[in-house]
Ligand binder design. Structure first.
Ligand code: ADP
Length: 229
């Protein structure tokens, strides 16, 4: 793993949305570098552009201008198929709503992305069991999402997001729907994974207590990424 360069580097990123006559300038010369093993909280009011930044960092959206380097590789002008390949191998996502497949149990939800990636069912299953156990879900392996608490669902979503061993984890309000104690639990699971794996993490969150325990805090001001103390 290279420590000399950021695993994610947004450089001079511009993003606008057009709504009728109006132009919303969401990102303006935005700069953000995140190194392996680093956790960054992205805080700010609703509508500030946090999801937009995560989507651009995660290669789900193109910037209008600027560049997104993933492990030193410029992605902005890459063909979509190549962006998709990098997204699938290097990047995991966790959303506010867990987006688990309701008809599949916890293990199956973590096995599926690995089988899509081409791993055998047995290898994928072993890793799913390891990950879920690591996240404290060893007694919930065969529960479907509806049979799990909100915090448990979110931990399955984290296990699924890292199932293919990405180098970057992007989380959009992952504890947004959870009570403080459960949020704490989910967050602990996340930090454990980071220290075990050297993942780089960007978490959009309103939870200042959680933000306070990450390595860095940033916010968006007039489209720029500003470091907070
Ligand atoms: P946050 O995640 O901080 O709440 P978002 O990145 O979701 O902010 O949105 C930033 C702003 O951009 C909001 O004002 C939102 O309404 C607007 N926006 C987001 N996506 C689109 C879109 N596809 N088209 C037009 N406006 C959008």
């Amino acid at each position: 793993m290279s420590e000399e360069q950021p695993i994610v580097f947004l450089h001079a990123v511009e993003r606008q949305y057009h709504q009728g006559e109006a132009t919303l300038e969401i990102l303006r010369s935005a700069e953000l570098a995140v190194w392996p093993g680093e956790t960054v909280a992205l805080v700010g009011p609703s509508g500030a552009g946090k999801s937009t930044l995560l989507h651009i960092a995660g290669l789900l959206e193109h910037p209008d201008a600027g560049e997104v380097y993933i492990d030193g590789v410029a992605t902005a002008k890459m063909p979509d198929a190549e962006r998709t390949r990098i997204r699938r191998t290097e990047i995991g996502f966790v959303y506010q709503a867990h987006h688990l497949l309701p008809e599949f149990n916890a293990i199956e939800n973590v096995i599926l992305p690995q089988m899509i990636r081409g791993l055998s069912r047995q290898v994928a299953r072993d890793r799913a069991v390891d990950l879920l156990s690591y996240l404290g879900l060893q007694h919930r392996l065969t529960h479907r999402p509806a049979e799990l608490s909100g915090g448990e669902q979110q931990r399955v979503a984290i296990a699924r997001a890292v199932a293919n061993a990405p180098r970057i984890l992007l989380a959009d309000e992952p504890t947004g729907n959870l009570d403080p104690k459960t949020s704490e639990h989910v967050f602990q699971a996340l930090t454990q994974l980071v220290s075990a794996s050297g993942l780089a993490v960007i978490v959009a969150t309103h939870n200042m207590e959680i933000a306070g325990r990450m390595n860095r805090r940033v916010t968006l001001r007039e489209g720029k990424v500003i470091e907070l103390p």
